[in-house]
Design a protein around this ligand. Structure first.
Ligand SMILES: Nc1ncnc2c1ncn2[C@@H]1O[C@H](COP(=O)(O)OP(=O)(O)OP(=O)(O)O)[C@@H](O)[C@H]1O
Ligand SMILES: [Mg+2]
Length: 278
């Protein structure tokens, strides 16, 4: 196909030899199959901030490392310099996450770098060499659903051990290749320590996987992995291979409201007595 303007710099630099086809054009990015020598790769072109719904970003960005306090202040002010910094950070966040996760043994596409705001990575393919389907397009037996659910929970556990939470994990952001699930779409990956929304995001990711696989294997809907994983993480006891049960006992002793009210009343009376002129 004709080379899109966004990919021309990569062609000029000899990183890409041709564009085979466009896979997708979404709200956040356009994704292409490109030829690099005799191999096919995947190129993800990020849209500019104004086309992306910038405001929702704050909760993901929290806790990300910024070089120097001056840059941090500029980003907080959202002037032109600050916006450019955020933009660069957004475009490198996904490749950073991919390198970190691949290193930690999480199944993600092998990253090849970001060039002119374009992410080049492995093209995930199925057994026939076609572009891999998204998880929601794949039919599963209950046994397959149970196996992949266990696998995905382990992947989430490994990501957290590497300090990251996906933050947008769903059956649309998991592809299925000849071996099994591959996790994609990580520009919003959240730093697990230093982000106040971390648990909420982890819980949403875990629950999305539960709902997806629970359609084929309903007993999975009873599992409670998010709290279990988070508790181990918070107490420094989470390792990539820590065994999990899927059960979590919530603190069940209810607060004794009456006792608390009695104590408040007692303190109030004491205080009154103290203030009363003797
Ligand atoms: N490495 C890859 N190999 C094969 N297909 C891919 C790859 N990366 C992305 N795709 C395809 O392109 C689609 C969009 O990619 P991705 O989810 O990363 O971008 P996005 O624009 O953020 O998507 P969305 O807004 O739909 O979540 C994926 O669902 C998948 O079908
Ligand atoms: Mg996506």
């Amino acid at each position: 196909m004709k080379i899109p303007k966004s990919l021309q710099p990569l062609v000029d630099d000899g990183l890409v030899d041709g564009v085979v086809t466009q896979l997708k054009s979404g709200k956040e990015a356009s994704v292409y199959i490109v030829a690099c020598g005799d191999r096919l790769r995947c190129a993800k072109v990020y849209k500019q901030a104004q086309h992306r719904g910038f405001h929702k970003l704050a909760e993901y960005q929290e806790g990300r490392k910024v070089r120097g306090s001056r840059d941090a202040r500029a980003m907080g002010r959202r002037g032109r310099h600050g916006r450019e910094l955020l933009e660069t950070q957004w475009k490198s966040a996904e490749v950073d996450a991919l390198y970190r996760l691949a290193e930690a043994g999480v199944r993600v596409p092998v990253p090849h770098g970001v060039f002119d705001g374009v992410l080049l990575m492995e093209l995930v393919q199925d057994a026939d060499g076609h572009t891999a389907p998204q998880l929601h397009e794949v039919e599963m037996t209950p046994a397959q659903a149970r196996e992949w659910h266990t696998f995905m929970i382990r992947q989430i556990q490994r990501m957290l051990c590497a300090g990251l939470i996906h933050g947008d994990l769903s059956e649309y952001n998991v592809l299925v290749d000849a071996i099994g699930p591959v996790i994609i779409d990580l520009p919003q990956a959240v730093n697990a320590s230093g982000n106040n929304n971390a648990f909420r995001m982890l819980e949403r990711d875990v629950d999305n996987m539960r709902t997806t696989f629970g359609r084929a294997a309903p007993e999975l809907l009873e599992t409670q992995y998010a709290h279990e994983i988070w508790n181990l993480f918070k107490t420094g006891n989470l390792k990539p291979d820590t065994p999990l049960t899927g059960h979590f006992v919530h603190e069940s002793a209810e607060a004794d409201v009456n006792a608390v009210m009695d104590q408040i009343e007692e303190a109030r009376l004491e205080n009154e007595a103290r203030l009363r002129p003797s």
